[in-house]
Write a protein that binds this ligand. Structure first.
Ligand SMILES: Nc1ncnc2c1ncn2[C@@H]1O[C@H](COP(=O)(O)OP(=O)(O)O)[C@@H](O)[C@H]1O
Ligand SMILES: [Mg+2]
Length: 325
């Protein structure tokens, strides 16, 4: 590449972004890594977890540190579509002195979602369904009223919806717009006592400042270089065999079908390939390895039944070993 950005330099730059997250947020490796994958691959990211586990904080850190044009919107019960994509403005202009002739022009005042490169949709499940359907279609097509939008990635956060009166679960078709899906919990809930102590240390340090001010470590050029390079990453036959093996077990062994899962060719063939490449490039490689199949857990989260998703890491590991033999 003309500017000399190689797999190694891209890997280091994204590692800098990871460092900015690590400066302020302890633990949550899976969430942090999922953010890097989605940002590099220009795919949308959905993070579900209980209040107070630093979802919003992480989304804000990557927004600032990515140095892209970003827009953060906090959803609420009365969210209207117009707040996100903009309002139609009708302008009247009188031309004659007596007001005889009138020009009526219609234009659209663009909302944040139509102008941002990175969009944070905070607490997305607080919003009423009608606004969401249109919004998510815009996100998916990266287009509004036939006009392309500059959006690279949207990061949505949500509380678990099951037993919360104020939240409405996103329906599976809407969730499917988010390639990267993450289910997480707080450090206390997850029994991560070392990390719990680290948070306490961080906040009890007298040097500690409440201000979160990440360094702008990336920029649009780096994202463009990374994306171009990512497409050149090689996927060897052994990895493809592993992927086919896993997918055939979904259907034949676990009996996943449209009634219990969302196993689409788009997600599990097209998107998975992209995420595998992003995973290799994040590691500074131009070639995917069987171990990279571990990223499939980011796709299965809400697309397969929870008990099968829980077994995914073990299943993937076993498959990676078998094809490598
Ligand atoms: N793992 C963590 N490391 C550091 N600080 C944390 C962690 N978890 C929570 N916090 C603190 O709790 C606050 C709550 O985070 P917030 O992003 O509002 O949570 P959420 O959006 O998940 O409800 C953060 O701003 C941070 O001060
Ligand atoms: Mg929040």
């Amino acid at each position: 590449m003309d500017n000399g950005n190689t797999a190694q330099s891209i890997s280091r730059l994204f590692a800098d972004l990871r460092k900015e997250m690590d400066r302020y947020v302890i633990g949550h490796d899976i969430v942090k890594h999922g953010l890097l994958l989605g940002l590099m691959a220009r795919e949308h990211i959905y993070i579900e977890g209980p209040p107070g586990m630093a979802k919003t904080m992480l989304a804000e850190i990557v927004s600032t540190a990515s140095n892209l044009k970003f827009y953060l919107y906090q959803f609420h019960r009365d969210t209207r579509l117009a707040e996100l994509v903009g309002d139609i403005v009708i302008e009247r202009e009188r031309t004659g002195k007596d007001g005889s002739s009138e020009i009526i022009a219609q234009s659209i005042r663009k909302g944040g979602v139509l102008t941002a490169e990175l969009c944070v949709l905070d607490d997305i499940s607080r919003s009423p369904g009608e606004a969401l359907n249109v919004l998510l279609r815009v996100l998916n097509e990266r287009e509004f009223q036939t006009e392309k939008i500059p959006l690279l990635t949207a990061i949505a956060t949500s509380n678990p919806t099951a037993d919360d009166y104020y939240n409405e679960p996103l329906d599976p078709a809407n969730l499917d717009r988010f390639t990267i899906q993450i289910r997480s919990a707080g450090l206390i809930q997850e029994n991560r006592w070392d990390q719990v102590r680290e948070v306490m240390d961080l906040y009890s340090n007298s040097q500690f400042s409440e201000e979160v001010r990440p360094e702008p470590v990336l920029n649009r050029k780096i994202f463009d270089d990374a994306y171009a390079l990512m497409h050149q990453v090689e996927i060897p036959g052994i990895v493809k065999r592993g992927l086919v093996d896993l997918l055939s077990r979904f259907v034949n062994q676990f009996k996943l079908d449209p009634t219990n899962s969302l196993i689409t060719d788009r997600s599990f063939l097209v998107k998975t390939i992209k995420i595998l490449k992003a995973q290799a490039l994040l590691a500074g490689r131009m070639k995917v390895t069987p171990d990279d199949l571990s990223v499939m857990t980011y796709l299965t989260t809400f697309r397969v039944p929870e008990e099968i998703d829980r077994n995914m890491p073990a299943l993937i590991k076993e498959t990676a070993q078998r094809v490598a033999e």
